[in-house]
Design a protein around this ligand. Structure first.
Ligand code: LMR
Length: 327
């Protein structure tokens, strides 16, 4: 199937009514912090379209993109309070609720996207999806964005080049350790504050995927990108357990089928979307994209790798082994 997620969305919107006149229609509010044209933004739109098609008159989805309703700072609380029904935070942002999820932030853990997909589909990955249940939250699916790259106002070719820089990071202990291992400082900021922090100089470096860099035009503040592919930025689609369980069984089953379909599409498209945005950054001409030699990349891996030891005890040797085995 060749159609892109947006193509599919367009077809569906042409064919389907978007709203229902029934008074008892269930509204699911889906909030996220990125732009609509990113892998997560498109996934949310496709979910909305498929629900409009398959559950017309029973369920409608309201998508609240770009942190307009809730940001990283308050979206989990909003879920707990029932102000929003579905979120797809980066897994890094869920590590306070489920420390084992820190695994996904370990630098250079998975050697390829396929290895990470394989791990997520296997029992250890499925268990991590359920690991938020004690917090009253259900993980429904993993959605990929893409591999993370480094950026700064100076070229980063060798790990020593990062020394003394101040990196904006997501709210994650592992990511903090990762940059501290390089002799840099890490500042945890909500995604929506990243552009401003780079503009004002509160931070002068960061890590993210090509799609997140481009959709915020962070390239206008970061002269140098290093194509390090040192980790992945993946999301977990989450709902509040008691809200989810009170939905009628048939509705829930259809929603689960739709989520499987959307997950398949997000997986299929996200890599291409990131490569498209990498090309846009290159074409915009304001930044340089540095490609590492295998030897340089090995030195970045060696510099960041001590972070693993720091979290080994907390994560457990068997979980780490399961992840490494996926390679
Ligand atoms: C970030 O904070 O950099 C990302 O988690 C944003 C996102 O949702 O992709």
């Amino acid at each position: 199937m060749k159609s892109s997620i947006l193509g599919l969305c367009a077809l569906l919107s042409a064919a389907l009514p978007m709203t229902s006149s029934y008074a008892d229609v269930i509204t699911l509010r889906f909030s996220h912090v990125v732009a609509p044209e990113t892998p997560k933004g498109k996934g949310a739109q496709l979910f909305q379209q498929l629900v409009a098609q398959r559950l017309a008159g029973q369920v409608q989805v309201e998508v609240l993109p770009s942190g307009t309703a809730f940001t990283d700072a308050n979206e989990l609380q909003a879920l707990q309070d029932g102000k929003v029904d579905i979120l797809a935070p980066a897994i890094s942002k869920l590590t306070e609720l489920s420390p084992k999820l820190k695994l996904f932030d370990l630098p250079f853990l998975f050697e390829s996207r396929a290895a990470l997909d394989h791990f997520q589909a296997r029992p250890s990955g499925r268990q991590l999806l359920q690991s938020l249940e004690p917090a009253g939250v259900i993980g429904l699916a993993y959605w990929p964005n893409g591999l993370k790259q480094l950026s700064a106002r100076k070229p980063l070719r060798e790990p020593g080049d990062a020394k003394g820089l101040v990196f904006r990071i997501q709210n994650s202990d592992v990511l903090q350790s990762q940059f501290e291992a390089l002799g840099a400082t890490a500042v945890r900021l909500p995604f929506n504050q990243t552009l401003q922090a780079l503009t004002t100089g509160t931070v002068n470096a960061t890590e993210n995927t090509w799609s997140n860099y481009w959709s915020q035009r962070l390239d206008q503040q970061q002269r140098y990108f290093t194509e390090s592919n040192h980790g992945a930025l993946d999301y977990m689609l989450i709902v509040k357990a008691d809200r989810w369980r009170t939905l009628p069984f048939a509705v829930r089953s259809t929603l689960e089928e739709i989520i499987d379909q959307v997950t398949f599409e997000v997986k299929k498209q996200s890599e291409a979307e990131n490569q498209r945005d990498r090309a846009r950054i290159a074409a915009a001409g304001g930044s340089e994209i540095i490609t590492l030699t295998p030897e340089q990349r090995a030195r970045w891996r060696d510099a960041m790798r001590p972070v693993w030891q720091r979290y080994e005890g907390e994560l457990g040797a068997s979980l780490l082994k399961a992840a490494e085995t996926s390679n």
